[in-house]
Structure formats: C-alpha cells, structure tokens
Design a protein around this ligand. Structure first.
Ligand SMILES: [Zn+2]
Length: 66
C-alpha cells in the first residue's frame, strides 16, 4: 500500500531527448480525436502523457491501442 517513493506522480522513464532515464511526471488526458468529424463526441480516447522533468519533452501514448 505505502509506496516509498518521494513523489508517486513521477516515474523513471527513458527520455529520447536526454538519452537516458529521467524522472517523468505522468498524467492521463482525455483527448478528442478527429475534432473536425461529426463523430467527434464518440472519439474521445484516454492518452498517457509523460513529461520529462529535465527537458520537459512530452511523450504521448494512446492507452487503448489493441
Ligand atoms: Zn528529457
């Protein structure tokens, strides 16, 4: 239950910009796909967004990829 991490919202992940593992702030965003289409209301997908603590590069990953 009690994780001994200094900050539970940060993960070590490989940052391609830094070329090494860095701390990332991870969040989930609901993004609307194809906003110009009439079906936009049905195309909202969760995305995992990780932001590098060092260079602030964002890596965005769609969560529902099968
Ligand atoms: Zn970085």
């Amino acid at each position: 239950m009690k994780a001994k991490r200094p900050n539970p919202d940060t993960n070590l992940e490989l940052c391609p910009d830094c070329g090494r593992e860095t701390r990332h702030a991870v969040r989930v965003e609901i993004r609307t796909e194809n906003p110009a289409s009439a079906n936009a209301a049905f195309s909202r997908e969760p995305y995992r967004v990780a932001v590098c603590d060092v260079c602030e590069a964002e890596s965005i990953q769609r969560m529902n990829d099968a």
